[in-house]
Design a protein around this ligand. Structure first.
Ligand code: BG6
Ligand code: MG
Length: 224
């Protein structure tokens, strides 16, 4: 394996919770019931597709213009929440795993459906820890379509079979497999039968990439 492609929301950072909070406000304003089980179906899929899934529970149809307004409203709420994001929102082990993989000669990339990924990476101050970023901007198809991961491999100049994807979404695991990549599942994606590996925590990834020299040792180096 030459590269690891990380999903962002729910894998490296707890922004999945912020998506949930923002959608909850929209659903409430429309009188639609919304819970964490439904929220799990929104993981990995685009903003508009997420809205379509929520609106399945509405008692009536929505015009395209109304849907666009709701999606815009949700993004406004979400971006306000993102404004408060600090490097502390990184999930346990995220910075360490990225630094260690790079030290071990493994390339790292983002493979996210989010159009807000550049803002999130900036807020977290981790832009320099990736060799490539493939996000929702300019994407034709959302996960489970493999486009976002194939584009990441292309940016990395690696073959799909040399890439490992880390995902918390079932749609993401399906996308990785459709791209011909290996797929490691975290969180709710662990129940996905297509996953090649199931991780309890991000740091478990390191067992796939043994240390390549004696120089790389200190835990404090990870923070550099
Ligand atoms: C994914 C999230 O990373 O990005 C989805 O898991 C979200 O829940 C999608 O809908 C799109 O995000 P954004 O930031 O472009 O609305
Ligand atoms: Mg995710």
């Amino acid at each position: 394996m030459k590269a690891v492609i990380f999903d962002l929301d729910g894998v490296l950072v707890s922004t999945d919770e912020l998506h949930y909070q923002a959608w909850l406000q929209i659903a409430r304003s429309e009188g639609i019931s919304f819970d964490r089980t439904l929220n799990d179906r929104l993981r990995g899929v685009s903003r508009m597709q997420s809205l379509e899934i929520i609106l399945e529970r509405a008692g009536h149809g929505y015009a395209q213009k109304e849907k666009e307004a709701l999606a815009r409203q949700k993004n406004g709420i979400y971006r306000t929440l993102l404004g408060m994001l600090t490097p502390d929102a990184l999930l346990p082990g995220a910075r360490e795993i990225l630094c260690t993989l790079r030290k071990r000669g493994i390339k790292t990339a983002i493979g996210s459906s989010s159009k807000n990924a550049p803002l999130i990476l900036q807020q977290l101050q981790i832009e320099t820890l990736f060799d490539a970023v493939s996000d929702g901007n300019g994407l034709q198809h959302s996960k489970p379509h493999p486009e976002v991961f194939l584009r990441a491999a292309e940016y990395l100049r690696e073959q799909p079979q040399d890439c490992l994807v880390v995902e918390d979404a079932e749609a993401g695991i399906q996308a990785a497999k459709a791209a011909g990549m290996q797929a490691a599942a975290l969180g709710s994606a662990r129940t996905c039968p297509k996953a090649d590996y199931r991780l309890d925590r991000l740091m478990d990834l390191l067992t796939f990439f043994p240390m390549c020299n004696n120089k790389e040792t200190s835990a404090t180096d990870w923070l550099g």
